[in-house]
Design a binder for this molecule. Structure first.
Ligand code: 1DF
Ligand code: MN
Length: 351
């Protein structure tokens, strides 16, 4: 142990964790019912068939901690020196559901439940809005309620909705509401769609270990390459897990994207107003959830800019206080470290 972890800014910055998960009992019950009735997609069966039923130490901890928005979570934050958590309804949110009425009810109740918790701990908890992408028009209204009535700071969409992606025209009301309301759009992974998962679950690689990054980086690239940020230049996209690897790949992605546009092979690939690098530096923010790696963080800062990289823990999926110590002591200027742990999150989420 290098140093004691305390809240309150003893190292010159507060620590704000920006990808922190909670669940509601109603949400988990609905997901587990789909799994038991054989109506969930393969990715959900792989994840929640395990997290929802296993009696292992890890899964018991995760279930208990997801459902808690009270003293257990505050104690865990105190122990890891986390001053504030930006909280979102855990993956897949409502996106495994088939019935729009059920998805709307679960999202609305989760938002009200989170609002109560934020009122109990106003200096520790901040809320992200849950929506029901199955019903984009309702979701746009819920975004307005979430911002104006609940005082929330962004929206988390758990990647695809039954294999459909936010660049598709049906979801435009959601993108438009995010842009109009100035709400950051956090795209968080979930289980892979049936037509993508292939043999990945058999290989044990479908989840947070690897598959999440494949599917979520694909989702983000669809938004970048189809011109969503030319249509909505003010829209701000947030990606976890080192921006899902995009900063590492961006030169090759940009080169081959341009080659694809020039070839006119693909109907959907049209010239954009800017290079893909430009969108990473003007429309995308990256968090370090589950990726406490100074080398990766420096790469993200170099590619995206040091004003766009933020700390996240990914509680309760990756609750490792020693990772906070590692990042406290990474080789980086004081001002830059304060942006990373505190100031960038305050700016983006208007905390
Ligand atoms: C895992 C991680 C599962 C995250 C998740 O949803 C999840 C995991 C079931 O470790 O298997 O949301 N995560 O946020 O990193
Ligand atoms: Mn997460």
């Amino acid at each position: 142990m290098t140093h004691e972890l305390k809240t309150g800014g003893d190292r010159g910055y507060l620590r704000i964790a920006t990808e922190e998960a909670f669940a509601t009992a109603e949400q988990l019950d609905a997901i587990m019912r789909l799994v038991k009735e054989g109506r969930a997609d393969k990715g959900t069966v792989s994840l929640w068939g395990f997290y929802g039923t296993s009696a292992s130490e890890r899964t018991t901890f995760i279930r208990e901690r997801l459902l808690d928005l009270g003293p257990l979570r505050i104690a865990a934050m105190d122990e890891a020196g986390i001053d504030k958590a930006v909280l979102a309804l855990t993956s897949p949110g409502t996106q495994s559901m088939h019935d729009p009425e059920e998805a709307r009810r679960i999202a609305r109740n989760a938002n009200d439940h989170l609002k109560d918790a934020c009122e109990r701990y106003p200096d520790r908890f901040h809320g992200m809005i849950a929506i029901a992408p199955l019903d984009p028009e309702w979701s746009a209204e819920e975004l307005r309620r979430g911002k104006e009535e609940l005082g929330f700071h962004g929206v988390q969409v758990n990647s695809h909705t039954h294999g459909h992606y936010l660049d598709e025209a049906q979801f435009d009301p959601i993108l438009r509401a995010c842009a109009d309301l100035d709400l950051p759009l956090y795209i968080h992974p979930q289980g892979l769609p049936d037509d993508m998962i292939g043999d990945m679950a058999n290989a044990g690689l479908d989840g947070a270990v690897y598959g999440f990054a494949v599917e979520t980086s694909y989702h983000a690239l669809r938004l970048l390459t189809t011109g969503v940020f030319d249509r909505y230049p003010s829209l701000q996209l947030v990606l976890g897990h080192g921006a899902e690897g995009l900063p590492f790949w961006i030169d090759r992605t940009n080169y081959m994207f341009n080659a694809g546009v020039r070839s006119q092979r693909y109907d959907r690939l049209k010239p954009l107003q800017h290079s893909l690098h430009h969108y990473l530096r003007h429309n995308v923010w990256g968090t370090t959830s589950g990726l406490p790696s100074p080398a990766s963080i420096r790469l993200m800062m170099e590619v995206m800019g040091e004003d766009r990289v933020m700390y996240a823990m990914d509680y309760p999926y990756q609750y490792v206080p020693d990772e906070v110590r590692l990042l406290d002591t990474m080789d980086m200027g004081e001002a830059q470290k304060r942006k990373f742990f505190q100031a960038n999150a305050e700016t983006l989420f208007k905390l």
